[in-house]
Design a protein around this ligand. Structure first.
Ligand SMILES: [Zn+2]
Length: 250
């Protein structure tokens, strides 16, 4: 029944653009307080309340040519970009997973996407999104393989301790904050999903992609003082290791 109705692949794909709109609001509004997440959307230029036909993901933006229907102000690419990213996560989950795990994967991927975007824009990882990853990861691990629960619980603890120690050593050596406590909480969530076995791969992938992006984007010599959020790379590494397993040394 579940499969025949397409609930495991069609519904996540159809829901993705709308979830993406909501994630856009979360990314914009959570760092500013959060209570306003469920408030109605207004045009930031003319304050006109947006109606139903302004809120169709991607399509509204495309049909209006990227301008507000009321004051003709340009609307940035932010919302359509988040909506497209949410659709990409759903497509990725549908391709790599099956059954109820598609929904678990979508929820996981959308949460990681939101965390990554907030860290990229605001340099912090909100507890409201990072901490629920821990019980959710343990629950999914238990449902997939009850015997693996211990490994995933150890992973959550090890993830937190590992990043906490790195942050502590960095601060002791360099005298300023490098990694935040948010990174340690995110790593605890990652450990709950990929178990302790997957953690080294997550850190390796995150460090390698972060370094590659920094070097590619740098138009001048990279300074040690440059501020780079690590959260987005931890999110990407966690997602890849959860879907495809730890890196295998050949
Ligand atoms: Zn407007």
């Amino acid at each position: 029944m579940f499969e025949r109705l397409g609930l495991d692949w069609l519904l996540p794909l159809l829901a993705a653009p709308f979830i993406g709109s909501f994630l856009g609001l979360v990314i914009r509004r959570l760092p500013a307080g959060g209570a306003v997440i469920f408030g109605r959307s207004c045009c930031p230029h003319c304050d006109h309340r947006l109606g139903a036909r302004d809120l169709v993901p991607i399509l509204s933006w495309a049909l209006s040519g990227g301008h507000c229907r009321y004051c003709a102000a340009r609307i940035g690419l932010f919302f359509p970009a988040v909506e497209l990213a949410a659709v990409s996560v759903a497509v990725w989950a549908v391709t790599a997973l099956s059954g109820w795990l598609v929904w678990a994967g979508c929820a996981f991927g959308w949460t990681l996407l939101t965390l990554a975007a907030i860290d990229q824009r605001h340099f912090f990882l909100p507890d409201q999104l990072a901490l629920p990853l821990i019980p959710a990861g343990l629950l999914v691990a238990y449902l997939v393989e009850p015997g693996s629960l211990i490994d995933h619980a150890v992973g959550a603890a090890a993830g937190f301790v590992a990043l906490f120690l790195v942050a502590w050593v960095y601060k002791a050596v360099r005298g300023r904050q490098g990694l935040g406590l948010g990174d340690a909480k995110l790593m605890a969530g990652a450990g709950a999903w990929v178990s302790w076995v997957g953690l080294p791969s997550v850190i390796l992938l995150a460090a390698a992609t972060a370094l590659a992006i920094v070097l590619v984007r740098a138009r001048r010599p990279v300074l040690l003082a440059d501020k780079v959020p690590f959260g987005p790379y931890l999110c990407l590494g966690t997602w890849l290791v959860w879907l495809y397993g730890p890196l295998v040394m050949a």
